[in-house]
Design a protein around this ligand. Structure first.
Ligand code: LIP
Length: 272
């Protein structure tokens, strides 16, 4: 197998085409009626037939266009070889915000990113209901529907609107609730909207000032994290660690340190 790594703009074109078709399928299946097909980590961690069908559609579309790439997806895992002979690995969340999707709340998205040698270089997040589409390439900026995005310029943590989310495990949720109880007096307000990829995109355009969450998987973070970083947010973990399952903080430079320090003091990356 020979290495075949197109430029990020070409990878983004593929991602956008595949994500648009996937979002159309998700929207059609939602209109036809969906139900819970299975549960995963807990009884509230649900998967629908649409999650599986959409990811299968993405896998098939990528296999047709880029047969030597690897793919990591929420529902089928590393469906292809973990190491990508071509040097490109795709990371897909077929429906981020599955509970919102199940309840027909218009805040859920197809998230698809391309990773080269471990670095995400292109990503798209498309809201299944509204068609809002965020894209980014490494070094190429973040965009929504053709408009270049810049993050919030808020400098006062007490005026910051902060998005976050909760895991499915009851023990983790209790710890996260304790963190939020201590945080909320020190910020403008909290928003728990239910889809990490979209939360990161809202932060990219200042529709929330910052975002943090413990427990994100690679598919929750990959595309939205690139959009946020390309819009000027710092996207990291705690104490110099990279963003990952322990914690993701996405904040503008002026807010990052005070939010980081308060989350560190509150042990936001701790708990079950
Ligand atoms: C969701 C995340 C969200 C989190 C939810 C859930 P899913 O992903 O995007 O940030 O708070 O609990 O994990 O499960 O809908 O793909």
């Amino acid at each position: 197998m020979t290495r075949s790594v197109p430029p990020p703009a070409e990878l983004l074109e593929i991602a956008v085409e595949v994500a648009r078709d996937a979002a159309a399928t998700a929207y059609r299946m939602r209109a036809e009626g969906v139900s819970i097909a299975a549960t995963k980590s807990t009884v509230t961690d649900v998967v629908t037939a649409a999650d599986r069908a959409v990811e299968r559609q993405v896998l098939d579309a990528l296999a047709k266009q880029r047969p030597d790439d690897a793919v990591l997806g929420e529902e089928y895992g590393a469906a292809e070889a973990a190491a990508a002979p071509s040097g490109v690995r795709w990371i897909v969340d077929p429906i981020d915000g599955t509970v919102n999707y199940l309840y027909a709340i218009p805040y859920c998205a197809v998230s698809l990113a391309a990773e080269v040698d471990g670095e995400v270089v292109a990503g798209v997040v498309r809201n299944i209901f509204t068609g809002e589409e965020w894209t980014a390439t490494a070094g190429g900026g973040a965009w929504r529907d053709g408009r270049r995005l810049r993050c919030s310029t808020e400098t006062d943590p007490g005026q910051a609107l902060v998005a976050t989310g909760f895991g499915y495990d009851p023990g983790r949720r209790s710890h996260q609730a304790r963190v939020i109880a201590e945080l909320i007096p020190h910020v403008r307000d909290i928003r728990r909207l239910g889809a990490a990829a979209l939360d990161l995109c809202l932060a990219a355009e200042g529709r929330v000032d910052a975002y943090y969450e413990k427990g994100l998987a690679a598919w929750d973070l990959a595309a939205g994290g690139l959009v946020a970083a390309e819009a000027g947010l710092r996207v990291t973990g705690l104490r110099g660690l990279p963003a990952g399952p322990d914690l993701v903080i996405a904040a503008p430079p002026a807010l990052f340190q005070p939010l980081h320090d308060r989350l560190a003091d509150l042990d936001a990356s701790g708990g079950p």
